[in-house]
Design a protein around this ligand. Structure first.
Ligand code: FAD
Ligand code: UDP
Length: 383
């Protein structure tokens, strides 16, 4: 074990990018992954119908960061794909984020035009406004728009996703899907958007294919590493290890949930294959006013595969009750942050330990943000 300069736990974007960068810096890297595959939650695979499905939910890559895009482009070509989402409201399919097209669908031509003018006078054109901010506007007609969007797009979907009302969750979460005073109906406006041409798993295989990287699957951190707080040391199979340890898993688990479990939301995915070419009109359809699932995604929109059948996934949010549930979303609020900070304080006993990732940092990061952080961390850890 002491042949290694760094041990990295977790083969998602956080761990894999760090592993690759350290390996290129001449370090010997051991990458431990508790699942039977690499890729973390971005993992994809062919299902029985030959459709490239995303096992842990739909992943669309988007970023404004050229360094992030350039780094990943070393391991993949991209299939141009711009994500478009509609909310199914009765028979209507309304663009989400709610935009000017949605406004006319909701209020009709005449009133829509008046409301568009009012909104643009107040906020300007091409502006993004969060639903919580829009609801603060005292103007009665703007309030009417805000209430419509709140009721038809956010309230029920957020109740399903989080078990809480939009105003009860961290404002940064609903701010991800603002009202957009534009006719641009794309879900993301980032400069670079797409899907890895051969899928995420192949991207990861290429990224981890380096002579200085050893990947060990089906291996949890605790199978190999021991953390001795008293002496501030980390041992590997009983022997002191002095290299860097990069942990991308849940921080409470690393310390045996001793202060209690950090709250997360989990999801149940139901995949269905149909003997028809297409199932729905868009890559993702959100169910904002009915159904128990939040959204249906049809994977062939992402992969561009031409096949006679199609596979969709329905997402059912649920509470996280520890394994075998998967902790998908940190529930960000001051109370949970305080609990996280207690675990963070324990982690500070270990100078060589570095925390990165959606789980280890208890944050809501997109893939590009994680890649950016991993590039920065690996600079810090260069020999
Ligand atoms: P993960 O991908 O979760 O990887 C962590 C890895 O560590 C896992 O493989 C896990 O098994 C392993 N691990 C954990 N603990 C241990 C341990 N103790 N020992 C060994 N291994 C361990 N982002 C986007 O940019 N676009 C999207 O469209 C998008 N869609 C998403 C949809 C859903 C439903 C979800 C949940 C997330 C989505 N994301 C999206 C976010 C994206 O998944 C994350 O940004 C990304 O996966 C974070 O990478 P990570 O390495 O931090 O974590
Ligand atoms: N949201 C909503 N209705 C929608 C889409 C999103 O209420 O039609 C809210 C919901 O609270 C969700 C948040 O906005 O959790 C962020 O949505 P996003 O699509 O970014 O979630 P993710 O892709 O991370 O699941």
């Amino acid at each position: 074990m002491n042949n290694y300069d760094a041990i990295i736990i977790g083969a998602g974007f956080a761990g894999a990018v760090t592993a690759r960068k350290l390996a290129e810096n001449g370090q010997q890297v051991l990458l431990l992954e508790q699942r039977g595959h690499i890729g973390g939650n971005a993992y994809d695979r062919l299902d029985d119908a030959g459709v490239l499905i995303h096992e842990y939910g739909p992943h669309i890559f988007h970023t404004n960061s050229k360094p992030v895009y350039d780094f990943l482009s070393r391991f993949t070509e991209w299939r141009d794909y711009e994500h478009r989402v509609v909310a199914k409201i009765g028979d209507m399919e309304m663009p989400v984020p709610f935009n000017l097209t949605s406004l006319y669908l909701a209020f009709g031509e005449e009133k829509g035009r008046r409301l568009e003018e009012m909104l643009e006078n107040i906020y300007g054109s091409d502006r993004k406004i969060t639903i919580l901010d829009l609801r603060q506007n005292p103007e009665p007609e703007i309030r009417e728009v805000a209430e419509y969007v709140y009721e038809h797009v956010f309230k029920y979907y957020t109740m399903k996703q989080w078990g809480l009302k939009p105003e009860e969750i961290d404002p940064s979460v609903t701010a991800r899907v603002p009202v957009f005073l534009s006719r641009d109906d794309r879900y993301f406006q980032d400069r670079y958007q797409g899907i890895p041409k051969e899928g995420y798993t192949v991207l990861f295989e290429k990224m981890l294919n380096h002579p200085n990287i050893t990947v060990r699957l089906n291996t949890a951190a605790k199978d190999v590493l021991q953390f001795d707080e008293l002496h501030s040391t980390i041992t590997v199979d009983g022997e002191p290890f002095e290299g860097s340890v990069v942990y991308t898993g849940a921080l409470d688990e690393l310390f045996d949930c001793r202060f209690g479990q950090l709250p997360y939301r989990s999801l149940k995915f139901e995949f269905e294959t149909y003997p028809q070419e297409w199932y729905q009109s868009h890559g993702t359809v959100n169910y904002t006013v009915d159904q128990d699932y939040t959204r249906i995604t049809e994977f062939k929109y992402f992969s561009g595969q031409k096949l006679p059948s199609t596979t969709i996934v329905k997402e059912y949010p649920k509470a996280y009750n520890g394994a075998p549930d998967i902790p998908y979303y940190a529930i960000i609020n001051p109370k949970n942050r305080r609990l996280y900070d207690r675990y963070l304080a324990v982690s500070k006993h270990f100078q060589q330990l570095h925390l990165i990732g959606r789980l280890a940092e208890y944050q809501y990061y997109n893939m590009d943000a994680i890649v950016e952080k991993a590039l920065a961390l690996s600079e810090e850890l260069q020999k």
